[in-house]
Design a protein around this ligand. Structure first.
Ligand code: MSP
Length: 522
């Protein structure tokens, strides 16, 4: 992708029936890292997140708590979902709620267009519905319940009983799009990724699509169907449209033309909605399909998807209160291969914090800045070309190599790989300091040129790291950039030329980027 192109990235919009856990935060961080990277690459970046507030699930939770669904949603958004963004340092450009007027009005507009174009008809539906998924289930999606649900069919994702519904609803002619979708997956293999999710989607669509029930009549917490107000729009049909309504669909054509199509980061559990229903809806409306749907893996607890409904959810603050938001972001992006499932463990988090962030990166930064302060009175040294050896050339080459490699990995959404490549520079710089022993060079004035060259190389290497790591650990990168006397803010630095030194004259004191933490193992 060339610098300056549009990069519109989204997270799923989250159900407000409950508070966030680290699985939700994981999606947010991944999308945020990609957004920050693209901003630093000079792309016209726009990052959207938000909340999904209609449907039976929210209605039932609100009723059980004795409030209206809107009151419930307002409370959860204000007290839990928006604060989450601060907790994990999310740089979203917009936050859409499906109860926003800008959304509701344009969902109606979209639906009316599909109706006028003949893609909607009335029909009868009978099937099993999972309120947790807000989805009609096929027999093959169900499993036998255990424990209190023994003898009942339960949803394979939520392990809770499904409900048999029979309703007269409006239907979207989704089956018309079976072949066009298969052609899309074939012609644009990058459309759904990773490969495992793509294969699953293709085999699902190959079995043939049925039409989709897109309205409900038995409750009223939703957007009214414009031509028949006794129905509300099916919550997924409503929710998927957030990506268009927030980007100006129906309200700001210029903005929509500039931003659309989007890259959607979603959990693999909801890839089907995004890679099948959503593009079919867009095709019916004559709009471009998304640029990409990426279905990442799950955070597992005890081998199962972490979830609040199974009481396995861990609140993000449980981690950030001790380790900070940077460590949270780093850990999940580094420890889990993006696209695959991963298990969270306190031991692993703590070990990586200590080894990689505190010792590997933080310590390197503190030592180099302290040596420049001590040996050069804080004045940033310049390399003396006649004193440059292969060791310095190797570091300079690594800076360029990892910058290009990390950018290429990000292009494939392989965030973990980008971090692995950047860490090659952390490790190499640590090795370089150990071998060059600047503290030894400082003992003899005859080595002045070598000392200046070594510390200049190390300092510039740290500058490269600050720029490359800023999307992942923004707080630490900003502190480091200030300590290095970097020009402007670190976020303004072009990531694709991270190795170009743009530092000032004097280093500033640097507090420990990742202070030692006493972890209570109990
Ligand atoms: N509201 C729908 C999405 C509508 S998008 C038009 C929804 N919401 S959700 O709150 O249940 O989950 C949203 C997303 O949270 C999942 O797709 C996934 O990205 C993330 N995760 C929820 N639990 C997770 C894990 N245990 N692990 C990783 N991600 C998880 O579905």
């Amino acid at each position: 992708m060339s610098a300056g192109s549009a990069f519109y990235i989204t997270t799923p919009i989250f159900y407000v029936n409950d508070v966030p856990h680290i699985g939700h935060a994981y999606t947010e961080v991944a999308a945020d890292v990609l957004a920050r990277w693209h901003r630093q690459a000079g792309d016209d970046t726009w990052f959207l997140t938000g909340t999904d507030e209609h449907g039976q699930k929210i209605l039932r939770t609100a009723t059980a708590n004795g409030v209206t669904p809107k009151e419930w949603a307002d409370k959860l958004v204000a007290e839990a979902w928006q604060p989450l963004l601060q907790t994990i340092d999310i740089s979203n450009d917009d936050f859409i709620r499906t109860t926003d007027e800008r959304h509701e009005v344009n969902v109606q507009l979209f639906l009316q267009r599909l109706y006028d174009a003949g893609y909607i008809y009335t029909g009868e539906y009978e099937g099993y519905y999972c309120v947790g998924c807000e989805e009609y289930k096929q027999q093959s999606d169900l499993v036998d319940g255990t424990g209190q649900y023994e003898g009942q069919l339960v949803c394979a994702i939520h392990s809770k009983p499904v409900e048999l519904l029979k309703e007269r609803n409006y239907f979207f002619r989704m089956s018309d799009f079976t072949q066009r979708l298969l052609d899309l997956y074939e012609e644009r293999p990058e459309f759904v990724q990773p490969e495992s999710v793509r294969n699953e989607i293709i085999s699902f669509v190959r079995r043939g699509l049925t039409d989709l029930s897109i309205s409900r009549q038995t409750f009223d917490w939703g957007i009214k169907v414009p031509w028949d107000e006794s129905h509300v729009v099916y919550v997924w049909f409503d929710a998927l449209l957030n990506y268009a309504t927030a980007a100006g669909y129906g309200s700001d054509d210029e903005k929509f033309a500039r931003l659309w199509p989007a890259t959607h980061i979603v959990g693999k559990d909801i890839a089907r909605f995004h890679a099948v229903i959503w593009p079919a809806m867009l095709m019916a409306a004559g709009l471009e399909v998304p640029k990409q749907v990426y279905g990442h893996g799950w955070l597992l607890v005890g081998g199962e998807k972490m979830s609040k409904s199974k009481l396995t959810g861990i609140a993000p603050e449980q981690i950030t209160d001790t380790f900070g938001s940077d460590a949270f972001r780093y850990y999940f992006m580094r420890a889990i291969s993006f696209g695959q499932d991963g298990s969270f463990s306190w031991e692993d988090l703590s070990a990586r914090y200590q080894a990689e962030l505190a010792n590997g990166f933080g310590n390197l930064a503190s030592r180099v800045v302290a040596m420049v302060t001590r040996y050069f009175d804080g004045v940033v040294p310049t390399a003396v070309e006649s004193a440059v050896t292969d060791a310095e050339l190797a570091i300079r080459a690594t800076e360029r190599r990892v910058t290009a490699a990390a950018d290429e990995a990000i292009e494939r959404l392989a965030v973990h790989e980008a971090l692995t490549r950047i860490w090659e520079l952390v490790d190499e710089l640590n090795g370089y300091i150990t071998t060059q022993e600047p503290w030894g060079l400082a003992k003899d004035p005859a080595n002045a040129d070598r000392l200046a060259t070594v510390l200049s190389t190390a300092l510039r290497g740290l500058g490269t790291l600050a720029v490359l790591l800023s999307p992942v650990v923004p707080e630490a990168a900003a502190k480091l950039w200030t300590a290095l006397a970097g020009v402007g803010t670190v976020q303004e630095q072009s990531i694709r030329s991270a190795y170009d030194w743009r530092g000032g004259e004097r280093v500033q004191p640097l507090e420990a980027l990742f202070p030692r933490i006493e972890v209570d193992a109990s």
